[in-house]
Design a protein around this ligand. Structure first.
Ligand code: PHE
Length: 339
């Protein structure tokens, strides 16, 4: 019987050495050590042995079982660590590999100009206001002294919505909104997107950006307006630009002016941007019309002010030497990436 036990033990050890998976190891264990396994079967025959013989063989059997168990444990550990090695190898990452290039976005040229101007005007104590792009007829026209039958409504071709509202044709509605919310004395700008139902060409777009500015205080005069325009335009262009003032008509200012600067693209010689005139209309402006002050809830006997409308898109064209306004909303990354 001793030989049988030793043989079973050796066989089990040999099978174990060949077991390549955890399942195979488990099969060996069940076959040898399980409740109905081979070693358990052997011990059933111990009954017919003499007591000393039984004790001796029992000890032998127990030693064999223990050795087998510990071999099984170390076999399982070896298989598990091999599996882990394999996983580590397959999931290996080379941390020294250079990262793929980062491609950061860039700010749109109009956004850059807008941010710069906001900064400049904030430093002069102006509040930066926002207004809705879908605007009411009241704010876009009526409250700016442009009643329904006024021919000035045709100056700006309007996109009307079915519900009677419209896409604002300028940022001037924010003048009235600003008067309502801030109350004079006030200094405000309102940059934003505006829309006109226009034929598109190199210098006209249906969508572009303006920056409205307004200052309302006691005794504001044309002298303040001229001084102020000179100051901020030289700050914007960081150089001497040649400007000229012409009388201009806008129902919401009185008197009204048209401020032109000499074309920075052609230096005044004439090009498509300045329509061969050498001058670019940059900035309509004027003193706020008493009717507008009244619409905004300010008494024109007490308050006066100036307002201007800066073409942000046009300004960006001047700044970067861009000769076609259609590039701004064209979405061509080759264009946008340059800024
Ligand atoms: N809102 C006018 C326009 O878009 C410009 C303007 C603003 C004129 C302020 C005078 C004062 O044409």
């Amino acid at each position: 019987m001793q030989e049988i036990i030793e043989k079973l033990h050796q066989d089990a050890l040999a099978q174990l050495a060949e077991a390549a998976t955890l399942e195979a190891v488990e099969a060996v264990r069940v076959d040898a050590l399980g409740r109905k396994g081979k070693l358990a079967e052997i011990s059933k025959q111990f009954g017919r042995l003499a007591p000393e013989e039984r004790a001796r063989l029992g000890k032998l059997l127990n030693t064999a079982k223990q050795e087998l168990e510990s071999n099984i444990d170390s076999r399982i550990a070896a298989l598990e660590s091999a599996a882990l090695d394999k996983r580590l190898e397959s999931e290996w990452i080379d941390l020294t590999t250079p990262a793929p290039g980062i491609r950061p976005g860039s700010l749109h040229p109009v956004t850059q100009v807008q941010k710069e101007l906001e900064e400049l005007f904030r430093s002069m104590g102006f509040a930066v206001l926002d207004g809705p792009e879908v605007e009411s007829e009241y704010y876009n026209f009526d409250a700016l002294n442009i009643p329904g039958d006024h021919p000035a409504r045709d100056m700006q071709d309007t996109f009307w919505l079915k519900d009677g509202r419209l896409l604002r044709t300028h940022t001037s509605p924010v003048q009235v909104r600003g008067l309502e919310t801030l109350k004079p004395p006030l200094k405000m700008i309102a940059p934003g997107r505006v829309f006109r139902n226009e034929e598109v060409d190199a210098s006209h777009e249906h969508t572009f950006y303006q920056l409205e500015g307004m200052m309302v205080d006691r005794d504001v005069s044309v002298a303040h307006l001229i001084y102020f325009m000179k100051t901020f335009l030289s700050a914007i262009f960081k150089r001497d630009v040649t400007v000229r003032l012409r009388p201009g008509f806008f129902p919401f200012v009185e008197p009204g002016f048209e401020l032109d600067i000499q074309c920075l693209i052609c230096g005044g010689k004439g090009c498509p941007v300045c329509k061969q005139s050498g001058w670019v209309e940059l900035c309509p402006c004027g003193l706020v019309h008493p009717a507008v002050l009244r619409y905004g809830g300010a008494d024109p006997e007490e308050w006066s002010g100036f307002a201007f409308g800066l073409g942000l898109t046009r300004l960006a064209m001047m700044r970067y030497g861009i000769d076609d306004i259609r590039l701004f909303t064209g979405g061509d990354l080759r264009f946008l990436k340059q800024f």
